[in-house]
Design a protein around this ligand. Structure first.
Ligand SMILES: [Zn+2]
Ligand SMILES: [Zn+2]
Length: 812
């Protein structure tokens, strides 16, 4: 047997065997094993193929899937294609070929790449959002939303990207620019399909308590929903009959109020201008014109100087009876409360900036810690926290919360206001005026109005056409295909027209995790039996960029389907994690323009799949961003090559029974790899193999221990483990079908401990060492750990002190 490691000798051989024998398909409805549904975000099959992020995330999760299978779980680890959308459409326009064809090619390329890495995706469950047999059910779900009154069409101002010629959802506009292309968006009035996600706002917030998501993800979801309690209080305008309804979320600070601000686009200004003096009216009108030209972002920018104009009008705060001047100022948006807010400079930094500019009083009414009542005279001192209320008449001595409740009762009793829950969440604009998306299954009939396409006529297929260019009229290119547009009304049989808008590319991904459970069902979107078995998703792994909208949209659809009785769970995903981003060498983003893009093909060609996978895991902690390093992958290659020879050598040298220390070392390794993979510490898994090799490669092992070594190597180096397994332990079985070894934890007397590592006096990271490690072993472990080794690379170590079991202190 050759000891020389050459992955080309056997990697594709095993891949063919794995894929042809379908070892890795989940067994539906299997009851004698626990199920484990591991979901990764399915890729957009773009032209250039898989990027490093896909390569890394799928490799890490493949280790989880392989380990779980060996631990006796019925694992579903599926993959599919989120293939509608602009990149393919734009490319199709450019090369004048149908997007259907291009998508097919891209998918084949992705599939080849995934297989070349030996990833054990469940190819029996593959889905593709652009397959009519898939989007038939996307359309069906849309019709359920329509029937339930959650989808309607209405004329509304939308963000329009003049470059992409497409309407964009609020969520796709970042800093007033189209997220995809960076162009400034305009407002346009267009008739749009809208989904009433706001009806689910409370449940989308409340039910986050039911799932195991990182706090940051829950916070983002909640922020986006933005549920707040507002107190809308009526203030009379002095010397007039007018009343304005002013909003605040902090009525506990009412006695600190010193002015009122109205947003420039608030309708009431038209009426109020009649009671202003000529000069004030002119100033206000000029100001409004100026501020309407600004973007929302510019208006709320904390760093910009506040602007505003006095109306010359005064109102009476009906809680405090104090007289407050009224201003128009654009740092207040109409969407904030009633678009009229009360300013409390001591307890709100924007109000403070405004008060400074206009010379308005600053009055503190909430105590700081330890009863601090000192005056607020600078921006840094503004006290936005809650506390005990003082200088506030009937609110004195109450906590902020008690004071809010008291004001709430007060305004209700006197009928001078309301307590209202408001949300940041807006309804979901669901129309796109583009070709490459799911047609919305609605027919417009002059007699019957909007008629849903009957279920037995689904899918409404995208016609294959020559022109995909978006129009500048605000209509989809489908509108030009008369033979497709003109149809029969399903209700009255008269002449009618098809809806020509298509769905946004969020649609297909809002329910794909359900389709995986039953991908070939042509009677239902998923059978209840199968969704009951597989759902909820046990773990959903994905990127930072999808934890706001995609998560919210898919949770919304899930809840609607739950309400309709199609599903058993309120939430689709039990737990969720977020991976870091793979950056180029030196921490810069990988991009075509920089020329530092590395793809899986060149890695598999040069290093083989196992080295690529092991390196992807070793790059750094799962959640953190990681930098490409050629030096490190070379190091991983050297290790993998030595490890390959070692495993074979160990077999050739095997003895009757390993000694105690070796047995313990193997058990420790089994335990460590299992724990780390299940807890997503992939970098330390590879480090553990390296450490084991360093410590034990000169030892002799018995058959049982070699078996264990091969099994625990399998999730990390699946091809090597299979190759050596086939040549040693089991010529007609697969290492990946073996049971994960049980470890008797009581035999692991030595425990690993994690200790801090100081570099030049500051803690820069932590390293896991075993209690018996000497200084040199600790040093090598520090170098095996990416976050630390990168901080030490190219630096001379002047001093290295290891206080056993406590701390490492390095001076460079
Ligand atoms: Zn654009
Ligand atoms: Zn009709």
């Amino acid at each position: 047997m050759s000891y020389k490691y050459n992955p080309k000798d056997f990697e594709s051989k095993w891949q063919e065997k794995w894929y042809s024998e379908m070892n890795y398909s989940a067994k539906d409805l299997l009851l004698d094993k626990p199920k484990y549904y591991l979901l990764v975000e399915f890729p957009y099959p773009s032209g250039p193929g898989m990027h490093m992020g896909h390569t890394r995330n799928y490799s890490m999760m493949d280790a989880v899937a392989r380990l779980r299978r060996m631990k006796g779980f019925n694992v579903m680890y599926p993959i599919g294609w989120d293939a509608f959308g602009l990149p393919t459409e734009n490319y199709a326009i450019k090369v004048k070929r149908p997007p259907q064809e291009i998508t097919k090619e891209n998918i084949n390329n992705f599939k080849r790449q995934l297989k070349s890495l030996g990833l054990t995706f469940d190819w029996e469950k593959e889905i593709n959002t652009t397959d009519p047999q898939y989007y038939k059910w996307t359309q069906w779900i849309f019709l359920k939303l329509f029937e339930k009154g959650l989808a309607h069409k209405s004329e509304m101002p939308i963000n329009w990207c003049p470059k992409c010629k497409v309407g964009c959802a609020n969520e796709e506009v970042v800093d007033s620019r189209h997220e995809r292309c960076g162009e400034l968006v305009e407002k346009r009035n267009i008739c749009q399909w809208v989904l009433k996600i706001t009806e689910y706002a409370d449940r989308l917030d409340d039910d986050l308590d039911l799932v195991n998501f990182p706090d940051s993800v829950k916070a983002l979801q909640r922020n986006w929903i933005g549920r707040k309690t507002w107190y809308d209080i009526e203030y009379k305008i002095e010397d007039t009959e007018e009343v304005i309804k002013v909003s605040t979320t902090r009525p506990d600070t009412q006695f600190g109020s010193s002015f009122v601000v109205i947003a420039p686009e608030q309708e009431i200004l038209k009426r109020l201008s009649r009671v202003m003096t000529e000069e004030n009216r002119k100033n206000v009108e000029e100001y409004i014109q100026k501020s309407l030209k600004k973007s929302e972002l510019e208006r709320v920018d904390e760093t910009k100087e506040k602007t505003g104009v006095a109306t010359g009008l005064y109102c009476v705060n009906s809680i405090t009876n104090s007289r407050l001047p009224i201003y128009v100022a654009d740092f207040v948006l109409t969407t904030v409360g009633t678009g009229m807010v009360v300013g409390v400079p001591a307890h709100d930094s924007r109000d403070f900036q405004f008060a400074q500019k206009f010379g308005l009083p600053v009055k503190r009414v909430i105590e700081g810690p330890e009863g601090d009542r000192s005056e607020i005279s600078s921006l840094e001192q503004v006290y936005e926290e809650e506390g005990r209320v003082f200088n506030s008449d009937f609110l004195d001595g109450l906590s902020s919360e008690e004071a809010r409740n008291k004001v709430g009762e007060y305004i209700k009793e006197r009928r001078i206001g309301d307590v209202v829950t408001r949300y940041h969440l807006r309804d979901w604009i669901f129309s796109r005026q583009h070709y490459w998306g799911e047609p919305i299954p609605i027919v417009h009939c002059e007699k019957c109005g909007m008629v849903p396409v009957p279920e037995d006529q689904l899918p409404v297929e995208l016609p294959i056409v020559k022109e995909y260019e978006p129009t500048n009229t605000g209509e989809s290119p489908l509108a030009n295909i008369t033979e497709w547009v003109n149809t029969e009304c399903p209700k009255c049989g008269g002449q009618a027209k098809r809806e020509t808008d298509t769905m946004p590319n969020w649609a297909g991904s809002s329910w794909y995790y359900l389709r995986y459970c039953d991908p070939n069902n042509d009677k239902e979107f998923v059978s209840r039996e199968k969704s009951d078995y597989w759902m909820p998703v046990d773990h959903y792994e994905g990127g930072q960029e999808h934890i706001t909208l995609h998560l919210l949209y898919s949770r919304f659809w899930h809840k609607v389907l739950f309400d309709l009785g199609y599903l058993k769970d309120k939430e689709p995903y039990s737990s969720r994690s977020i991976h870091g981003v793979v950056l180029g060498e030196g921490g810069v983003k990988m991009s075509k323009s920089v020329g530092n893009v590395i793809g899986p093909d060149e890695l598999v060609e040069k290093y083989g799949a196992d080295v690529t996978r092991a390196y992807m895991m070793f790059m750094g902690p799962y959640e953190g961003n990681v930098e490409w390093s050629t030096r490190t992958i070379e190091g991983v290659r050297r290790f993998v090559s030595k490890y390959y020879s070692f495993l074979q050598y160990a077999w050739d040298q095997k003895i009757e029974e390993s000694n105690e220390q070796v047995k313990r070392g193997v058990s420790r390794l089994v335990n460590k790899i299992e724990r780390d993979i299940l807890e997503f510490r992939f970098n330390t898994v590879v480090a553990a193999l390296m450490q084991f090799y360093n410590e034990y490669s000169k030892e002799k092992f018995d058959k049982e221990d070699i078996t264990k070594l091969l099994i625990v190597s399998a999730p990390i180096l699946p091809h090597i483990a299979e190759e050596i397994w086939s040549k040693t332990i089991g010529s007609d079985s697969s290492v990946h079908d073996q049971q994960w070894p049980e470890v008797d934890l009581t035999t692991l007397e030595e425990e690993n401990i994690e200790i801090p590592v100081q570099i030049n006096g500051k803690v820069r990271g932590r390293v896991v060492v075993s209690k018996s490690d000497d200084q040199e072993q600790v040093k090598s472990k520090i170098y095996e750990q990416n976050t630390l080794s990168s901080q030490l690379s190219d630096k001379d170590i002047k001093k290295f002190i290891y206080v056993p079991g406590r701390i490492v202190s390095i001076t460079v």
